[in-house]
Ligand binder design. Structure first.
Ligand SMILES: [Zn+2]
Length: 79
């Protein structure tokens, strides 16, 4: 009597294999697309496909906030 692999087990194995594959494909090192600094895995943040170091990521957040401010500053004050 042999044990059959259940759908769940097969799926789990597939997920594990895909995760491993994705891990191998993922670069361990990157270059900040903003300042060109070399960054290792865990030291950079990927934003919309771009690699940013922690510093540039903060700048990115700041500028994103500024853009929102500009939109909000559209109110008319003079009466
Ligand atoms: Zn940077």
């Amino acid at each position: 009597m042999r044990e059959e692999e259940t759908d769940e087990e097969r799926r789990k194995r597939w997920v594990e294999r895909e995760a491993k594959k994705a891990d191998e494909q993922r670069p361990k090192e990157g270059v900040c697309s903003s300042c060109g600094k070399k960054v290792k895995e865990g030291e950079y943040i990927e934003v919309k496909g771009k690699i940013l170091c922690a510093e540039c990521y903060e700048h990115e957040l700041d500028s994103a906030m500024d853009m929102e401010d500009m939109g909000a500053a559209d109110s008319c004050g003079a009466g």
